[in-house]
Ligand binder design. Structure first.
Ligand code: PEP
Ligand code: MG
Length: 754
């Protein structure tokens, strides 16, 4: 059943009421009367979300007027609460028997059987709920539901204008820009305070009602066409970059751009009297609500695609470029994005970036690696953040705890400022230790080295006081590139790194791809189990041209200098021998070309596959050095995927089993007089580092930011005493799953600074 005049007439009338010079309450009162009459309903009520939580009745036609500004619903109460929470419409022909129905005697609503409510949405936020009710039992048609949703958009603008604040009950604040405390996964340490910059900014639609429906339809069609062309161009550009699964993703994107259902809904929204941009926003509201509930990753991706396309359409209609020019960044910018590639982050002006918040960190978190390299505090897995924020919102990112404070209250902001000051003071103290030798109280030298992989990492070498680059992850260059970097590009990078390091050694690790480290342009076979699949040295040995090119680049860059090459994911002595033979061939080739050899060449390997634990003597005898990759060693020892949050923290790095394995590696190094370092994440955590020194490790490689805290620990430690105590702890550990508690207690007893 369609009311008198249909939605188009209603929109026109509502627009007139919006423009009338009356009080806010009078305007609302007229609006609910108009809606009730247009929808042929006895009741129309508007509930508005308040900053303190509840939804307050702001206006009604049909319910008792005394209830206005007195009746409130908790966010989880009644049908109204249900709609606010789900951000979805709800139509019922027998409302009173719905389990969520909550009776409010002061409103006199027991006589109404049928109920239709829709959320009042703006930019992903629910600002209120709009309800119509009928005395008789009836069902509401799709058209009526759509019409009420369209009307709710206008009310959203009215609420957003701030005009209703003056009539709110008991001085309560309307939850327009409500402070939100969110929690995600920390991916790069540090604390950032600033203002939101949307990586791909959304357009906020303010002109909602069409002056002329026909011309709006033309605008919509033109924008759709332009959007399709832009998607085609995107695909063409990526085709040139070579095959890969991203092309399939883009093809799916193109299909959605031609999706009939979606286009029909857009056109219908314009015919109902909305402007072209309001129609896009209206259809997008539904997609957003669905996205919030959808857990299937495939469908989530498709809904995200729809959202992206809607965003493209809005930009076409507004005549704006889709991306903010990285140079147009304001001071104290905190980037917010659904997801982001590492190259995009590197495009921004680093000096203005204070933080990064993502809904999803890319497949293998390359963005996290880059954020860490740039010292940008970052948090990911913050659901729907890019929908909730608006450009310029105040925001705080804590990359240590994963907390994100959106539009914080002044006291919250102050406490974070305190925290930031405290951390800065601590950083100053660490900086003061930069030139202090890393020696324990009883005179044991513990080498502190830095992990790196990008040119932007290099300044940290001086700043942190690292003794060397203990791990240079060469795959990052490959991961950031659009195609395999040429020999010359590889050589240039290695030369730059060696130049920056000066007389400090650099340990270059050969390509460690596969598993979690994916190259978009290298399409390997589909693998059921990539972590146990074709990766790292396995690829290098099967495709020797790849590995030899890299070795050649290293030898050229290292001519006349000290060069250290490290092989990843070695599982057997054979593999090490085979890779070393490849290097020998490259050396001979280099000789034949008359090139200078490195002054000293050392070849070592990562100990990160558990099979090596039973070949330690053999491998230590052959290698020049060993470096423990504790990230992978833990994942393989415990069969717990390091990127799967459900299991990655299930097994403690300070459990007796793991510590015994680590000790065995250090002991083997000592027996063969070969240096053993550790370059996994645990080396950068003071309590773990204390334990490692106690187990016999004399070199740790870590992120630059960790060097200060670990050095402070080393300076306060008596290594011999710690070794005795840890040995006893390990011997007496019984069946304890983790030694973290006892080790922490030990550190306190020994006065170790953590
Ligand atoms: C490790 O596995 O511990 C390591 C240092 O290497 P990556 O994290 O690059 O796999
Ligand atoms: Mg590894």
């Amino acid at each position: 059943m369609r009311g008198p005049g249909g939605p188009r007439l209603l929109l026109r009338r509502l627009r007139e009421v919006m423009a009338e010079p009356v009080t806010a309450q009078a305007r609302l009162d007229r609006i609910v009367v108009l809606i009730a009459s247009n929808m042929v309903a006895e009741v129309c009520s508007l509930y508005v979300s308040r900053a303190d939580g509840p939804l307050e009745l702001f206006a009604t036609e049909g319910l008792k007027r005394e209830a206005v500004h007195l009746t409130t619903m908790r966010p989880d109460e009644g049908l109204v609460g249900l709609i606010a929470a789900s951000a979805e419409p709800l139509a019922l022909s027998d409302a009173q028997n719905h389990p969520s129905f909550s009776f409010k005697p002061e409103t006199g609503e027991e006589i109404y059987q049928s109920f239709l409510g829709v959320p009042v949405l703006r930019g992903g936020n629910t600002l209120g709920v709009l309800v119509v009710q009928n005395r008789a039992r009836r069902s509401y048609s799709e058209e009526e539901i759509e019409a009420l949703q369209t009307t709710a958009m206008l009310l959203a603008e009215l609420i957003a204008s701030g005009e209703l604040q003056s009539v709110a009950g008991q001085g309560a604040e309307i939850a327009l820009r409500r402070p939100l405390s969110l929690k995600g996964s920390p991916i790069a340490e540090g604390l950032g305070l600033g203002h939101v910059v949307l990586h791909q900014p959304r357009i906020i639609v303010t002109r909602l009602v069409a002056d002329d429906v026909d011309s709006e339809m033309v605008r919509l069609e033109t924008a759709i066409e332009a959007m399709r062309v832009s998607v085609d161009e995107l695909i063409e550009r990526s085709d040139n970059a070579g095959p890969g699964e991203h092309v399939e993703v883009l093809e799916a994107f193109r299909m959605i751009a031609h999706d009939r259902g979606w286009l029909r809904r857009l056109r219908e929204a314009v015919s109902s009297g909305l402007t072209a941009e309001a129609a896009v926003e209206r259809v997008q509201n539904d997609a957003r609500a669905k996205l919030q509930r959808q857990t299937d990753p495939y469908l989530r991706d498709r809904l995200h695609d729809l959202n992206d396309l809607a965003n493209r359409l809005l930009h076409q209609l507004a005549g704006q470029s889709l991306t903010l020019l990285p140079s147009a960044l304001p001071e104290n910018a905190i980037l917010v994005a659904r997801s982001m590639g590492p190259a995009a982050l590197l495009d921004y002006d680093r000096s203005r970036l204070r933080g990064l918040v993502l809904e999803e960190a890319g497949a293998s978190s390359h963005i996290a690696i880059v954020a860490r390299a740039l010292s940008i505090p970052a948090v990911s897995e913050v659901a729907n953040i890019s929908e909730i924020v608006e450009h310029g919102d105040a925001i705080i990112v804590d990359g240590l705890t994963g907390e994100v404070q959106l539009r914080p209250q002044p006291d919250i902001e102050e406490s974070y400022r305190d925290k930031a000051r405290l951390r800065a003071r601590r950083q100053d103290q660490y900086r003061a230790l930069r030139d202090t030798p890393s020696v324990t109280r009883d005179g044991v030298e513990v080498g502190l080295h830095m992990n790196a992989g990008l040119v932007v990492d290099l300044p940290h070498l001086d700043e942190s006081g690292a003794q060397s680059i203990g791990l240079f992850r060469t795959e990052l260059q490959f991961m950031l590139a659009l195609r395999f970097p040429r020999l010359s590009a590889q050589e240039m990078l290695y030369r730059t790194v060696l130049d920056a390091a000066g007389d400090r050694p650099v340990t270059f690790r050969t390509l460690d791809i596969g598993g979690d480290k994916v190259l978009p342009y290298m399409k390997g076979p589909e693998e059921e189990n990539p972590a146990l699949g074709w990766r790292a040295i396995r690829i290098g040995l099967d495709k020797p041209a790849l590995l030899r090119t890299q070795m050649r680049a290293m030898l050229r860059a290292g001519a006349g200098r000290n060069l250290r090459i490290m092989l990843p994911m070695v599982s057997s002595v054979d593999e090490f021998v085979a890779a070393r033979a490849l290097l020998e061939r490259e050396l001979l080739f280099s000789d034949r070309c008359g090139r200078e050899r490195p002054r000293k060449l050392e070849v070592g390997l990562m100990v990160e596959v558990p099979s090596l634990l039973w070949q330690l003597d053999e491998i230590a005898a052959r290698a020049d050095f060993l470096s423990v990759g504790s990230n992978d060693l833990l994942q393989y020892l415990y069969a717990a995927d390091r990127d799967n949050k459900r299991v990655s923290n299930r097994f403690d790095t300070l459990s007796a089993g793991f510590l015994r394995a680590l000790k065995a590696i250090a002991d083997a190094g000592r027996r063969h007089d070969k240096p053993v370092t550790l370059c996994g994440e645990i080396g950068g955590r003071p309590l773990e580092a204390m334990t490692l020194v106690a187990l016999g490790y004399r070199g740790l490689s870590m992120s630059a930011a960790a060097i200060g805290p670990v050095k402070a620990m080393v300076l306060s430690l008596d290594a011999a005493e710690a070794a005795r105590e840890v040995e006893t702890l390990l011997a007496d550990s019984g069946d304890a799953a983790s030694l973290r508690g006892p080790l922490r207690a030990l550190s306190e007893r020994l006065g170790v600074r953590l």
